[in-house]
Design a protein around this ligand. Structure first.
Ligand code: GLV
Length: 355
């Protein structure tokens, strides 16, 4: 009797031709609709599986993997992985992977698009025109702020932050940044950015862009106090995760002239967006499309597929997924092509990658 293939689940429609590569090695179940799963539903889905290809919609931690005795790998299609509890996955010997690098430039492009749209009030201007409010050309209609000659602040200086800094140089901006660790002088010179403390970043920025990973430490790091330290003429752009900003405090600052504008691609309760934000004119809103170019989204799925195949111990990179997040989850005991998940109990150390 032929040996059955490991079972793999793909949590939403991605690109069929890319995902089909998994069928060579695995028995595939691919969802044909985008939907959200409760914790119980996810636990039920994961229980019989050997591997899963998931997106940021799926929050996977101890409860969701409790019955998934054979689960060996979870490949996240996305660079941010706050939807995965790495400690829980590592403790269960489940490899976790993400998709860095391939989306860096595309996401930096979107960050820049939001910086420009927010500073120059592009969506507000379009709404003004479409609403028939453009009676006569006037010198003082919809005055915005300049990017050129201004100071751009970047909070979080990983790959995407650095790609934004490079773009800013072309716009004649001065760039300051704050990060957990300071870049080397060589990298600082290459991207043209200077390190400053957090408070100085807030005070100096004419435009501030958030590109840091979302962790318990970065939850609501932009709160009432932080906003009060910013210039009232400043704009704020978030392309990281919604939970980094206290959105109630932000809406209040925007409504009361304590901040000029915001460009938001991510929201704390997405896909729900707070009515307080929706009601404001000085906010540019996009539905989490940072990496959403066709080429980049395809590259992300390809990387996730490569990660999953390798993490499951097959294919040319067997045992060496290109972007493994928790090296300790695997003891790469490559027994006849199979990677053995390890450390079912006990503490594990995890590695992290920058956005
Ligand atoms: C998208 O937000 C990602 O983390 O890739």
């Amino acid at each position: 009797m032929a040996e059955s293939k490991p079972r793999v689940w793909v949590s939403q429609p991605l690109f069929d031709d890319v995902v089909a590569q998994l069928a060579e090695h695995f028995e595939l179940t691919c969802e044909t609709q985008v939907r959200s799963y409760s914790s119980d539903e996810l636990a039920e889905c994961l229980a019989p599986l050997d591997g899963a290809l998931v997106t940021l919609n799926e929050r996977i931690g101890a409860a969701e993997i409790a019955s998934a005795r054979n689960l060996r790998a979870v490949a996240n299609v996305g660079v941010g992985y706050n939807n995965l509890d790495l400690d829980a996955l590592s403790a269960a010997g489940i490899a976790a992977t993400n998709t860095p690098d391939v989306l860096t430039e595309t996401t930096a492009d979107l960050g820049f698009a939001l910086l420009m749209a927010t500073a120059r009030r592009i969506t507000e201007a379009e709404a003004f025109l479409r609403d028939g409010q453009w009676g006569a050309w006037s010198f003082t209609t919809l005055l915005g702020a300049d990017l050129h000659g201004s100071t751009l602040g970047i909070l979080g200086m990983g790959r995407i932050g650095q790609a934004i800094a490079r773009r800013a140089r072309g716009f004649g901006m001065r760039v300051v940044y704050h990060n957990r660790s300071q870049l080397t002088p060589e990298v600082e010179a290459d991207v043209g950015a200077s390190y400053v403390g957090f408070d100085e970043l807030l005070a100096a920025s004419d435009h501030l862009v958030l590109v840091l990973p979302y962790t318990p430490a970065s939850h609501h790091v932009i709160d009432t106090d932080a906003l009060a330290k910013m210039k009232p003429t400043a704009t704020l752009v978030n392309i990281a995760r919604g939970g980094i900003i206290d959105e109630v405090a932000l809406a209040d600052a925007l409504a009361n002239g304590r901040l000029a504008g915001a460009g938001l691609d991510v929201f704390e309760g997405e896909p729900k967006v707070r009515p307080e934000l929706l009601a404001l004119k000085n906010v540019v809103l996009t539905p989490h499309i940072g990496s959403a170019s066709l080429a980049t989204r395809r590259a992300m799925v390809q990387l996730a597929v490569d990660n999953l195949i390798a993490a499951m111990g097959v294919g040319p990179n067997a045992g060496h997924p290109p972007s493994l997040l928790n090296a300790d989850a695997l003891i790469a005991a490559n027994t006849g092509g199979a990677i053995v998940g390890a450390k079912k109990n006990g503490a594990t150390k995890t590695t992290t990658t920058k956005r």
